[in-house]
Design a protein around this ligand. Sequence first.
Ligand SMILES: [Cu+2]
Length: 107
Amino acid sequence: MRILFNTVLAAAALLSLPSLASQEHVVAQKGKAFAAQTLSIKVGDKVSFRNDDGFSHNIFSLTDAMPFDLGTYGAGQVKTVVFGKPGKFEIECAIHPDMRMMINVAP
Ligand SMILES: [Cu+2]
């Protein structure tokens, strides 16, 4: 009985692994807009900002916890950010001031 119980525990541990690993989220930019207005993720997750427009974007955040600037990047390119701190991150585009979204990073 104990062996069976341990086997079940081991299986449960294996099954739960993917939820512990960091996840990758994709946010497209199309028509001078982010594909999502808000995104909820966990600390350690990656967000890939994919430019689906035919012109450049420059995604950045001035949020104190983790400011970043991905620089200007053109059509079809992807830039990835790992969110290593919890908080609410306002994401903007330096080229298109109307582009804004919020990423909520849970601890
Ligand atoms: Cu832009």
